[in-house]
Design a protein around this ligand. Structure first.
Ligand code: ADP
Ligand code: ASP
Ligand code: MG
Length: 421
């Protein structure tokens, strides 16, 4: 008997028909005598609608009330799934974040889970009751307010719950049948990866592959929680139920330790992020202290800066500094820089949100030289200009014009031998 956490995303619970199909996946695990906690997202598109209503009500709003509104989508799907399970004779009840409780910090809209009090849940699972838990939601205990974990946060709810329950596996059911070498909706020749290491998955997620929320991968990695990505659209009866300790059916993607991956490529995957914006500060003095004058005020305003490029100054006196921020932070960034103009000293600021960041990722890069050179050459041959570069041990990212995003991803996918045969 195993303890299983099963998470179903928005498209997997988009209507009652889909919810019935989810219930059949749950039944398969219950029939195998597993203990099951299910984490559900809001119906597809529902959270977007809630966010739009909040913005329409007032562009500037109380983050606690934003959470009170956007957390409501998950309440609906949790209740509906519990009803469908009960109608199939399976004992089940819905749990909201505050009822468990899933305790978070006070960073409303992007809260972090601090603790999950799972004792009652554990006792009920042991009695054979299915817990249907709202994803995305938590409780901020100091003010006793509902909190949410950021967009895509149900993945994190699921992994955190799996850790709290000591689950054998956290199964993330979505609308694709695993993690692919790149987004299969952009590159049809992308291949499913039977396994991917925590480190690579973390880079993929944080560099734009939204198949898993970044924080969920961080948690899984720290706690070594075995996490699988698989499709809820697969016939529920065609999948084998989870059995602790036994071999896994070759289905979906297992996120696991690097050592468990027998065959690994130099490059495992390619990610792209469209939500970047580029800012160039023109003609700043080329002297000590200027970078601090720029990035100090941005840090104080809680703006995350990603890539930074400083041009060589031609005359030794003045230079340009280019950096990227999240596109949603662009207006705030421009305002902060305007206010700090006297300390920084510059002639002009240019900005553009028409850029994308394309990244190649692979643990094999640790031991293989020349990946960057090969990448830059291939992009040059397609006439794609590189605006900025960042690297780490296992990834290389380039910033390019948005118009070239797909061409760049496809080119690099083929270049690094990732296309399926
Ligand atoms: P859910 O609603 O189930 O949480 P998401 O839309 O958040 O689903 O994530 C699944 C989507 O992630 C897929 O439909 C796919 O387009 C996208 N995606 C991006 N990169 C990848 C990748 N490397 N592998 C698989 N899916 C990816
Ligand atoms: N419903 C939330 C969202 O759309 C959380 C999730 O689906 O993971 O962001
Ligand atoms: Mg998601």
């Amino acid at each position: 008997m195993a303890i299983v956490v099963m998470k179903f995303g928005g498209t997997s619970v988009a209507d009652i028909g889909r919810i019935r199909s989810v219930a059949r996946h749950v039944k398969r695990e219950i029939d195998a005598k597993n203990q099951v906690a299910v984490v559900v997202s809001a119906m597809a598109g529902h959270t977007n609608q809630l966010v739009a209503w909040v913005r329409e009500a007032s562009l500037i709003h109380d983050a606690r009330e934003y959470d009170a509104v956007v957390a409501s989508g998950e309440q609906i799907t949790a209740g509906l799934l519990a009803i469908v399970l009960q109608s199939m004779g399976i004992p089940a009840r819905s749990w909201q974040g505050w009822q468990i409780p899933i305790l978070t910090d006070a960073a409303h809209g992007a809260a972090r889970i601090i603790d999950i009090k799972a004792d009652e849940l554990k006792a009920r699972l042991a009695q054979g009751e299915v817990a249907v838990v709202t994803g995305f939601q938590g409780l901020e205990p100091k003010r006793n307010r509902i909190s949410t974990l950021g967009r895509g946060g149900s993945d994190t709810s699921a992994v955190a719950l799996a850790i709290a329950l000591g689950a054998d596996v956290c199964d993330i059911y979505t609308d694709v049948d695993g993690v692919y070498t790149t987004d299969p909706r952009i590159v049809p020749s992308a291949r499913r990866l039977p396994r991917i290491s925590y480190e690579e998955m973390l880079e993929m997620a944080s560099l734009g592959s939204k198949v898993l929320q970044t924080r969920s991968v961080e948690l899984a990695m720290v706690h070594r929680m075995r996490t699988r990505v698989l499709s809820s659209f697969t016939d529920p009866e065609a999948l084998q139920p989870v059995r602790s300790g036994s071999e896994w059916q070759n289905i979906g993607t297992i996120v696991c330790d690097e050592e468990e991956i027998v065959e690994s490529q130099v490059v495992s995957g390619i990610a792209y992020a469209k939500d970047e914006a580029k800012v160039t500060i023109m003609n700043v003095a080329d002297k000590p202290g200027v970078a601090a004058a720029i990035f100090g005020p941005l840090a104080e305003a809680n703006i995350n800066v990603d890539m930074i490029v400083q041009n060589l100054s031609a005359d030794g006196k003045y230079t340009d500094v280019t950096f990227t921020v999240n596109a949603s932070d662009l207006p705030k960034t421009l305002e902060v820089l305007k206010n700090a103009r006297e300390q920084i000293g510059y002639s002009e600021i240019k900005s553009s949100a028409d850029v994308v960041k394309v990244s190649v990722i692979g643990v094999g890069m640790r031991s293989h030289a020349g990946v960057a050179a090969k990448m830059f050459k291939a992009l040059a041959e397609k006439g794609i200009n590189i605006l900025a570069i960042t690297t780490s041990e296992i990834k290389i990212s380039v910033l390019i014009d948005a118009a070239y995003a797909e061409l760049a991803v496809r080119t690099l996918h083929t270049l690094f031998g990732l296309d399926k045969d």
